[in-house]
Design a protein around this ligand. Sequence first.
Ligand SMILES: [Zn+2]
Length: 288
Amino acid sequence: MVRLIIEFILAVVLAVAITLAAVWGSEAKRQRKEISTYTTALKAAEEKIEALETQNEELQEKVKHAAHAAPHWGYAGEMNPAKWGEAFPTCGTGKAQAPLDIKGPFEKSDVTLKVDYKMGPLKVLNNGHTIQVNVDPGSKLIAGDKSYNLLQFHFHRPSEELIDGKPAAMVAHFVHKSDEGNLAVIGVLINEGKENALLKQIWKHAPTKEGPEVTVPDARIDPKSLMPLKMNFYSYEGSLTTPPCTEGVRFFILKTPATLTKEQVEQFPFKLNARPVQPQNGRKITEG
Ligand SMILES: [Zn+2]
């Protein structure tokens, strides 16, 4: 009898043990499954974080780029000169904008122009709007009792300034800055005619596509070789003729033009890069 009871108890214990083992087994299986689900989710989350980090890096790169690049503008299309004011307010609301249609009557100017330009290396760039030649320090413009340093000169086709309503084939703008920060521009109108040696040299090295400044090895230029001997001029107070159209720029448009050949005009990589003439708004044009 005792043995029977013991056997019964053993059987019960065994049954309980088997049941418990089964329950624990399925619990462990359930937990393993859960862990595997979590692991998969964790992996997916990690991949997502990595993708977001890459996206963030790309965005930061874009922001950096946008901060450096000015808003896009041009001479045709969506951001043509009539629209510049939308992104650059002075271009639209300024009352002393350039260029002007130069016509009389003129007041006499008591200013005499003298340029003291130096030979220097040829540093040329295509900035997407024009061909520009950067000039090393040392070249000066003396206008009356004021002195300016030549920074660069660049070209427009056709000329931005009109003389009695008519443009020249091109114009060269020599941009100067005084030590006080005032800007003065000499405009040399260029008509079709004889070949110009300096332009030939510049055109040869001018990049046809937008890009950084190129220093041409062994090439030296004298910016004065584009200037006429006679420095008679028309003068007015204007602005930069490109955005942001900042005002306070003194213009001297020389009466004696330079020349270049028809082929040289056609070689210039911009077909049209001239801002239309602006309202005079009572500004005086002087001559000297
Ligand atoms: Zn210009």
